[in-house]
Design a protein around this ligand. Structure first.
Ligand code: AMP
Length: 124
């Protein structure tokens, strides 16, 4: 069993850790034992959701072998959120920005679910 939401796995100076702890508000659309999802404060599509694990890991590069379950749980959460928000018919895009060139701005791994309109054929 991998580690999930324990206080020592959260960072004091991370905005997403503060949202997970409930120290700052968010427009939450989903939560389970492993992850939380909320509406992006600066949406880039009509539907823009941030899905993030309840453990402070900077990026996909930071996952350990014994945390592999969290990666699967994030994918399951994305599918469940898509169903709940009615995106499963029309479709959606899932984006993860990792590091400097990708312009990752919050160093706590997260996936963007983008939907609610047609997107370009290119990813970037
Ligand atoms: P990234 O640039 O991939 O690291 O994405 C970080 C995302 O977090 C951006 O789209 C921000 O708009 C979003 N964001 C930052 N602070 C908050 C917040 N307090 N509530 C919701 N979304 C946030």
């Amino acid at each position: 069993m991998c580690k999930t939401h324990e206080n020592e796995t959260l960072s004091d100076d991370c905005i997403f850790c503060k949202i997970i702890k409930g120290d700052i508000p968010s427009d939450k659309v989903y939560e389970d034992r492993y992850c939380i999802a909320f509406r992006d404060i600066n949406p880039q599509m009509p539907v823009h959701i941030v899905v993030t694990p309840k453990i402070h890991i900077e990026s996909v590069l930071g996952f350990k072998e014994d945390q592999a379950e969290i990666l699967g749980r994030l994918q399951l959460a994305i599918a469940e959120i898509a169903r709940r928000l009615g995106l499963d018919g029309s479709g959606f895009r899932v984006v993860n920005n990792c590091g400097k060139d990708a312009k990752q701005s919050v160093p706590h791994i997260h996936y963007h679910i983008l939907a609610g309109g047609e997107m370009g054929e290119r990813i970037v």
